[in-house]
Ligand binder design. Structure first.
Ligand SMILES: C[S@@+](CC[C@H](N)C(=O)[O-])C[C@H]1O[C@@H](n2cnc3c(N)ncnc32)[C@H](O)[C@@H]1O
Length: 250
């Protein structure tokens, strides 16, 4: 069983004693870790694909871990679990819009689970926007490497029943790179910001070559770049102040 830092981050977001449903579990590695290390007594493994779930069952068999057959469930999103059946939901390795769809299918049911541990492969900004609208606050932002990618893990809890009007639109850079990322691992955040900063400059250069130079678009792209570079600076300062030379691994 090869556990990536991304899967480790999902596992570490669960507190001892919390029961968990891993939606879109596939290999079932996170539930295996939770049981092996005595973090959760109850885990539910759910997947829309019978083939994926069979993989998880086989991995449990190989690891010699026995749980009731009823803990392995087939279903789309949250359809396979009862309201409030577990403390926390893990939904990892899916696109941000698919995760949002799973949560939005039945928001009242989603609200019965105390904690959401989400790892969107893309469109994380749109997912944070949705969480904000629905009254969830983000408790932790974690960055974890996997191959050449840096993955985002979002830990959110519902703090208000009120629907909230987001302060900026869903595409705003501040959803994709929220202020709360100042506590993330500086090396990983720096890697992401370096990449994006380069992309933004490329776009600006290419726009400057156009016949009618779109000054307003260029101004917005440069504004985004300034924002992420400032976030990177604050992230480094935060780590120097809190950890000195050492960096915290998230
Ligand atoms: C890329 S795998 C991710 C596996 C694991 N969660 C991880 O983070 O490594 C995505 C899994 O989600 C399942 N899946 C996709 N859409 C789903 C949905 N709407 N409901 C439940 N499972 C879904 C797929 O069948 C697949 O097994």
């Amino acid at each position: 069983m090869r556990i990536s830092k991304r899967l480790e981050a999902l596992y570490e977001a669960v507190n001892p004693g919390e029961s968990v449903a891993d939606i879109g579990t596939d290999h079932g590695y996170v539930p295996i870790l939770l049981l092996q290390n005595g973090i959760s007594e109850k885990v539910i493994l759910s997947d829309i694909s019978t083939g994926s779930l069979a993989k998880a069952e086989e991995n449990f068999r190989q690891m010699g871990i026995e749980i009731p057959e009823t803990c392995f469930r087939i279903g789309d999103g949250l359809s396979s679990i009862e309201p409030g059946e577990v403390d926390a939901l893990i939904i990892g390795g899916l696109g941000g819009r698919t995760i949002r769809q799973i949560l939005a299918d039945d928001p009242e049911k989603t609200a019965t689970y105390r904690k959401l541990i989400l790892q969107p492969r893309n469109n994380s900004g749109e997912l944070r926007y949705y969480l904000y609208q629905q009254g969830y606050d983000i408790r932790r932002e974690i960055l974890a490497p996997e191959g050449k990618f840096v993955c985002e893990v979002i830990v959110a809890v519902k703090t208000t029943e009120e629907k909230r009007t987001p302060p900026y639109d869903a595409q705003d850079i501040r959803w994709k790179y929220p202020e709360s990322m100042i506590s993330c691992n500086p090396e990983l955040l720096g890697q992401r910001i370096g990449w994006l900063s380069g992309r933004l400059l490329e776009q600006v250069e290419s726009l400057r070559k156009s016949k009618d130079v779109p000054q307003e678009r260029i101004r917005k792209l440069l504004e985004q770049r300034d924002y992420i570079l400032e976030l990177e600076k604050r992230n480094k300062k935060y780590h120097e102040e809190h950890y000195g030379e050492k960096t915290q691994c998230n």
